[in-house]
Design a protein around this ligand. Structure first.
Ligand code: SF4
Ligand code: SF4
Ligand code: FES
Length: 268
């Protein structure tokens, strides 16, 4: 190897000039009308959309609204439409995108302004409606008792579903959610799947059927799985929603008179 080989620097990626087309609108300002605004930013190494948007806000337009808290894909607050696809802005590298990038707020959720939406309000309402908390079998907590044992495989499946950061990407990508505002979305179905797995939860399939056994729940889902494709935490939504649907369908059949049960099962 020659001395020249030793001193050769790794080839650096030529810096690009990125053009951001951002949907601007402030619903609280009667004078505001929705429009696209273009900003140009010099791309830097390992630049994320979070860095680029901060650069725009710091150097070009301090009025630009967007949300960030953790910058690490944990809080779920930075989800937005990136070239038509829901993504977490803090986990999206500009080098994985073309030089022209279109940003818009997530559809479906209440718009606060520009790229900022109120996912928390919807998530809270969904959570209250589906009672997404553990319904313990014992009415009183005994702090001296040894903690409940759980099969490691079940614990692993629950842990997988608990990684949801409530970013709203699955709801923004969901065809059913765009058509009906009362649909609980993959995030809601995922939470029911999580508590159904939990052996400490006292609820039965009858109880879960009451919550999601209609078109606002598991039977509204069209199974096209956009939610599974866009989930930034790669939750096993496909498997869990399919499993939940089978269980809830079986539960629904139990409620039919025997003749109806025969007809339905022979036409499935
Ligand atoms: S299921 Fe995935 S996409 Fe949906 S809210 Fe949770 S983390 Fe986000
Ligand atoms: S599979 Fe169901 S929950 Fe997921 S995006 Fe499609 S309709 Fe929505
Ligand atoms: S800022 Fe928290 S997930 Fe992006």
């Amino acid at each position: 190897m020659s001395a020249a080989d030793n001193t050769t620097a790794p080839p650096s990626q030529a810096s690009r000039r990125l053009v951001f087309n951002i949907l601007r609108y402030n619903p609280n300002d009667p004078a505001s009308v929705p429009h696209m605004q273009a900003f140009t930013v010099e791309e830097a190494d390992s630049m994320t959309l979070f860095i680029a948007l901060n650069d725009i806000r710091e150097h070009q337009d301090p009025s630009l609204q967007f949300d960030f808290v953790c910058r690490a894909g944990i809080c779920g607050s930075c989800a937005m439409m990136v070239n038509g696809r829901p993504r977490l802005a803090c986990r999206t590298l500009t080098r994985d995108l073309p030089a022209e990038i279109t940003l818009a707020p997530l559809p479906f959720f209440e718009l606060i302004g520009d790229l900022s939406v109120n996912t928390g309000k919807w998530m809270r309402a969904m959570s209250e409606r589906l009672e997404t908390w553990l319904h313990a079998k014992e009415s009183e907590i005994d702090l001296c008792r040894i903690e409940a044992r759980m099969d490691p495989d079940v614990a692993e499946q629950i842990y997988e579903m608990d990684r949801c950061v409530e970013c709203g990407c699955c709801v923004a990508a969901c065809g059913t959610a765009q058509m009906r505002k009362d649909f609980v979305g993959a995030v809601g179905l995922g939470k029911i799947a999580r508590f159904r797995l939990d052996t400490r939860d006292a609820r039965t399939d009858d109880d879960y059927y009451e919550l999601i056994g209609d078109d606002t729940g598991v039977f509204g889902c069209m199974s096209l799985l956009a939610c599974h494709d866009v989930c930034p935490k790669s939750l096993p939504l496909q498997t869990q929603i399919a499993f939940l649907r089978r269980k809830m369908a079986a539960q629904g059949l139990q409620g039919l008179p025997v003749v109806g049960r025969r007809l339905t099962s022979s036409t499935c």
